[in-house]
Design a protein around this ligand. Sequence first.
Ligand code: MLT
Length: 398
Amino acid sequence: MAKFNENYLNLKESYLFSEIAKRVNAFIKENPDKKVIRLGIGDVTLPLASEVIKSLHTAVDEMGKAETFRGYGPEQGYDFLREAIKDYYSRNGVTLDLDEIFVSDGAKSDTGNITDLFALDNIVIVPDPVYPVYVDTNTMNGRKIVYLNANAENNFLPMPDENVHADIIYICSPNNPTGAVYSKEQLKVWVDYALKNNSVILFDSAYEYFISDESLPRSIFAIEGAKKCAVEFCSLSKTAGFTGTRCGYTIIPKELVSTASDGTKMSLNKMWNRRQTTKFNGVPYIVQRGAETVFSVEGMKQAKEMINYYKENAKIISETMDKKNVKYFGGVNSPYIWFECPNNMDSWDFFDFMLNKIAVVGTPGAGFGENGKNYFRLTSFNNKENTVEAMKRFETLF
Ligand code: MLT
């Protein structure tokens, strides 16, 4: 009989957001007349920008004509989109080569799939709390995970411990779930640590477009030395409302190399290219045309308008926290507000309490790690009316 991967026995029974959906669906079944407001999963609500829609339509029409029809595309992404991404980075002061950019269907898949490239005996560092995908995918592979405490004392921005060695380091900034953002100086410390320890930083910048404080880094490659030790994942899900359209990209610098046990030089960029050409057939042409438009002048302007709309919601949530004297983090350069559960409540208890009392859904901090067990996350991705209504109800909660 085939042996199954027993590492799966070490996973929680269900993925965080599936568990939330299960509880919410049960509540709706029992309370069909209640209007549930969802501030749980970070899923966008605004429609795609009109410029993006125009490009999608044009691309659909191209697919309907023999002269412009496309079959398999390049696994790495079409050059028109890679050029647009390269330009975007260059506008932010980062120079990339086209073949360092890999277009994908999103940061979730790539942050999980990248684990294919690393040996199983690597030690992985993840902050706690953390986006569960990093933990789950390494658990599936059976890798050792060391947790780094992120808490109110370090403003949820843990720094490296010189006494702890790590081979792979996950950093998400602006952070999911806490909304905290590393400064350039702090990221430089991480890069120096990685260079000293021959580690690789897997940097998730999916929320970079929420940064409005220009002194904060949008990319790990804004930090000197990072091209020798970091990979960056980004996505248009939050930048331009592509959660359902699916498009992201991963940057793997050619300078990122390691030496195999037999002395052979190994390039992570070449390995990822090898992996993707074997296991991935690329993102649909139509979607890539839409994504290309996100990086145009008008596309970026419309994306910024969407982000500002969500930031306004974040402000509404933060103001409510202030009013209720609740200690919170994030909400400024991030769509997430991370707060202490009132009366030191357990976060899943608070989830049930909030759902049952006011029919508002959030995400329990425990789902992101031990240090989140008394914290709770709300997102600003619902519409304004619902956010206002949810916060009115929140004010009556305790
Ligand atoms: C979240 O709510 O944490 C995110 O939407 C999850 C994701 O991007 O996969």
